[in-house]
Design a binder for this molecule. Structure first.
Ligand SMILES: Nc1nc2c(ncn2[C@@H]2O[C@H](COP(=O)(O)OP(=O)(O)OP(=O)(O)O)[C@@H](O)[C@H]2O)c(=O)[nH]1
Ligand SMILES: [Mg+2]
Length: 312
């Protein structure tokens, strides 16, 4: 395939196109994923999440610049579940990384819910794989931490950075969304504002609620992303976490779990597609819907009958 020849030659355009192909599920996209798979697993994958406006993009921009000084290439997948747009259009507005686009060691891709045939978490995971196979040393996934789907998105990362800001009143903004549990490292950003100490205490208290013996206690770092302060500390904390994962074998374990989940999801998807095709291909399905709707028959019996006919 021509596209893939370019891809392996290091063409950024080919990388962009391959991601689009996967995102839009254009013909042959699974061949692309098949081809790159054995070349994945080398990148350090980092998830960055937190409340809207917490400074995730500003911090991401600074983290990337730091990695660049270390000579590392960086891929960024910016996922915005609230946006119907994707591609390059919104980069300028929502992602504060304009000057990064000029750096050929950096590749930024933004993804929204457009098309979203498969789930956004699967799509972003595939984008990560493509960047990984392309040879990016570090891949960052940035997404707003507002709900379960975003939690699923960052679960594709080895290390998750949760960005919080002081003084939002109803502090511990993270608890609602369940993002405290997924934080491997915390950054209290906007420390130029009041309330960092209080937030720090609150996070510590939350972490103390977990009385189990934990092998890794998430460190809490303080940053002022807009002034490039504390960035190195965050990088170091994430690197320590990575070392911890490697030494304890947890990296293997996490990745293995992800593999199990990935295959399970794909099997489910294929089976469901197959069964649904069969089930809905006759008029029987609509008849059943009418009957269930009229309370003449219950859905449990119907499902058993429908699935039973397909899966023997
Ligand atoms: N005072 C202060 N402002 C900051 C800091 N970091 C970022 N900001 C500002 O906060 C605003 C939001 O920053 P973003 O980086 O876009 O935040 P975000 O979390 O990516 O936002 P969304 O992607 O829209 O959820 C911008 O105006 C930044 O300039 C900081 O450390 N201190
Ligand atoms: Mg942002």
């Amino acid at each position: 395939m021509d596209l893939m020849k370019e891809f392996w030659n290091g063409s950024r355009l080919a990388l962009a196109r391959s991601i689009s192909a996967v995102e839009n599920e254009t013909e042959g996209y699974t061949d692309i994923l098949r081809e790159v798979y054995s070349h994945t697993g080398n990148a350090q994958v980092i998830g960055i999440t937190g409340a809207p406006g917490a400074g995730k993009s500003t911090l991401t921009d600074k983290l990337v610049k730091y990695y660049r000084t270390q000579g590392k290439t960086v891929g960024i997948v910016a996922v915005d579940p609230t946006s119907p747009f994707s591609g390059g259009a919104i980069l300028g507005d929502r992602i504060r990384m304009n000057d990064l686009t000029l750096d050929t060691g950096v590749f930024i891709r933004s993804m929204g819910t457009r098309g979203s045939l498969g789930g956004l978490s699967k799509k972003s995971a595939d984008a990560v794989k493509l960047m990984d196979a392309f040879g990016m040393d570090v891949v960052l996934i940035e997404t707003v931490g507002v709900g379960q789907s975003e939690v699923d998105i960052v679960k594709n990362a080895d290390t998750t950075l949760v960005v919080l800001v002081p003084g939002l009143g109803d502090d511990i903004q993270a608890i609602k969304a369940g993002i405290l549990e997924i934080g491997d490292v915390f950054a209290i950003n906007k420390c130029d504002r009041d309330g960092a100490d209080r937030l720090n205490v609150e996070i510590e208290m939350m972490l103390d609620l977990n009385t189990e013996e934990v092998a890794w206690r998430p460190p809490i770092m303080r940053t002022i992303a807009s002034k490039n302060e504390g960035v190195e500390d965050v990088i170091n904390a994430m690197e320590e976490h990575r070392q911890h994962l490697i030494e304890t074998g947890e990296l293997e374990q996490r990745r293995r779990e992800r593999t199990v989940n990935e295959i399970t999801e794909m099997v489910k998807e294929q089976i469901s597609r197959y069964v649904m095709n069969k089930v809905t291909s006759t008029g029987e399905f609509d008849t059943y819907v009418d009957q269930v709707f009229a309370r003449k028959i219950d859905p449990y019996t119907v499902v058993e009958s429908l699935v039973g006919k397909v899966v023997k």
